[in-house]
Ligand binder design. Sequence first.
Ligand code: NAP
Ligand code: GLV
Length: 306
Amino acid sequence: MKITFCCSDTKAGPWLTGLRAALPGAQVEVWQAGAAPAEHAVVWAPPQQFFDEQPQLKGIFNIGAGVDALLKLRLPPQATVVRLDDAGMSVQMAEYVCHAVIRHFREFDAYEADARAGLWSFRKPRVRADFSVGVMGLGVLGQRVARALRQFEFPVLGWSRSSKDIEGVRSFAGAAQFHDFLAVSKVLVNLLPLTPDTRDILRFDTLSKLPPGAYVINVARGAHLVEQDLIALIASGHLAGATLDVFRSEPLPLEHPFWQHPKITITPHTSARTLRDESIAQIAGKMMALERGEPVAGVVDRGRGY
Ligand code: NAP
Ligand code: GLV
């Protein structure tokens, strides 16, 4: 079996070593223009030329959960596109989101500022029951995040395309229930895939439906959020602030107002990183299953876009 590796911004050596160890007998090489045809590809942000030269591929394995960039390319129509399905990302995402929610809820920024100013001052505890956390997207990552938030006894709501039955999580589904979901989300966490239906979904009119003083956490994709609308709603006082891990342009340009905004916390697209060993084990297992004609988890539905 031939496997071709074409991942930009990724050090190939350790991936090749890991894939060769996990798939003894397979020939695993870094793709170069003009390379021989392979059965399977392991990719991250490959150029269009890669697929134009490898039209026979059976499996395309994306080394990330989101496939928005991949689906912009012309892919071989017969190839099964497989994304990472957790592979150590959901626990990272749960840590990140719980940290951001708790930091906001417990006003740790204000306590840190007080401590730096030599102030020993208490704030009135906020009422947990007033802090409903709404999670947009209840897939692999969203469900793990929702469950983790329940451990801290926040009221948790979730919004997805299809209705879900998750203990302790109030489910809202589809466009018809979106505004009802927003109206009760004091903290909004975005974990949707980026698709034509979800691009710009966090914009002035939708964010305005959140309760006054709401807080936004975007850990999915930058193009979900209309950035100037967020800034305007924080300036008007309707939103309390935001924690953002993803941006319309990455790296975030140095002149971007988010860098210095006192009510916006940013991180460099790091909330849930691809973990090499876990990913290699998952990809190798799925490649073997595909070869045997068995079903695998995480197959992308190109029509839905995720
Ligand atoms: P997933 O398992 O495919 O889950 C997607 C969820 O979104 C599903 O619950 C789906 O509903 C829901 N959804 C999709 N389109 C919708 C729509 N139009 N309206 C309402 N709900 C919709 O994806 P995942 O593995 O949890 O990952 C989610 C996203 O996180 C990825 O696509 C990626 O962009 C992002 N991500 C970011 C990082 C980072 O470091 N910042 C890391 C990993 C992933 P159904 O359940 O009804 O289908
Ligand atoms: C990272 O953003 C991913 O989609 O895995």
